[in-house]
Design a protein around this ligand. Sequence first.
Ligand code: ZN
Length: 399
Amino acid sequence: MRKIDLNNFRVATSETARDINRRIVLNLIRKHQPISRADLSRQSGLQRSTVSAITEELIAERWVTEGAVGHLPRGRKPTFLHLNGERAGIIGINIRPTGTSLVLAALDTRFLMQDSMPTWKNPSKFVNELARRVQAMMRSNPEMAYEGIGVALPGRVDLETNRLVFAPNLGWDKVDLKTPLEQATGLRVELENAANACALAEFWSGRHPESVRHLIAVTISEGIGVGMILNGQIVKGSTGLAGEFGHVTLQEDGPVCTCGNRGCWEVCGSNVAAVRHYPEAVSRGRAGRPRTAPTFEDILRLAEEGEAKACEALDYVAGALGRGLAMLLTGMAPDVIVLIGEVTRAWNRVGPIVDRVIRERVRTGAEARIVPTDPDTQPRLRGTIALVLQKHLGAPLIA
Ligand SMILES: [Zn+2]
C-alpha cells in the first residue's frame, strides 16, 4: 500500500480514469501487438466502446497504426493494431569517462543512427559539441518528429536542481547539462544515472516476466553503479543519490577510491580494479619486466588466451563482484539482478566465481536470477531511450 503524499497528489477526475485506461491500452498494444480491438477489450476488461474511443485517439495521435486485416470464419473482419514505431525519434546519449555515444532510435527502440565523440574534461566545451552533434543528427532526419533526449551519466542527478552530482570518475561537479542541451535542441532532456537508466530499460524491455517487480541493474565499467526498481518503481532516495553501493566499503584495508574512501566495492570490482591488479600480478610473477599499461579489453583478451596473470586479475574482480552482489541480494531480495559491462564477455570464467561467493555469503535464502547482458546490445544506450519512453508508458502520478 502506498501512503498518499499530501504534498504531491492529484484528485481523481474522469480525466484521470481516462488517462489510466489509455496507458493500459497503449501498454497492452505494445506487449501483444498486433492485437484486435476485441482482444484489447478482453485483455483489459474495458467495454468495446471505451476501447474504440481510446484507440481512435491513439491512432489520431499516431501512437498506434492499423495494420493487416484478420480472418474470422464469419462476421466483421478485425483490423490489427500495433505501436507506430515511425511516430517519433528519441535521441539517446551515453556519457562515460572514456567516451560518449549518441543514438537516434525509433519509438519501438530500433536504432536508426549512431555517433560517438570523446568525453572532454571541460564540461562546457563538451556540452557545446554534444549539442552540435545532436543538432546534426536532427537535421539529417528532418522528416522525423522528436520526442526528447535521454542522457545516461556516470553519476547521480540532484532531484531539485537537475544538476550532475557525485560523479567522481568524470571529475565534474554540479554541472548543468540539461539547460544548454534543451536550449540548443528545443527538446526535453531527461538526465539519469546510467545504472538507473539500464534498470528502466530492462524493466520495460519485455524480456522478464510480468511478475518481476523488483529488478536491480548493476553497471560495471570504470566504476560500479546500481539502479533499483522496487515495487515497479525506480528508487532515488531523498536527493537522487540512492544506489551508490559502489562506494560502500567492502575491504577496510583496500585501495583508495576516487571518492576518498578505501576499499569501496567499485575500487575492487570494476574494470579499473582489474587494470590495476594485472601489473601487480605481473610484477609479482616476473620482476622488473616493463610493460605498457593494458586496458581492460586487453585483460579480457589475454584471459581468453589463457594467460595466467590476466586470469588472476579477472578472478580477483569476480570475487569482489560476488561480494557486492551478495550484499545487494541480502539487503534488497530482488527478483532479478541484471549485470551490464564488458566483464560479462568473460562470464564463463567470472560467473562461476560470482555464484560461489553468493552461495557462501547469502544466508537469508534470498534468491535472484543473475542475468549478464551482452555488451553488443548496447544496454546503456537502450537505457537512454527508456528514459524518454517511460514518460508515455508509465503509470500516471495520482494520489
Ligand atoms: Zn568510493
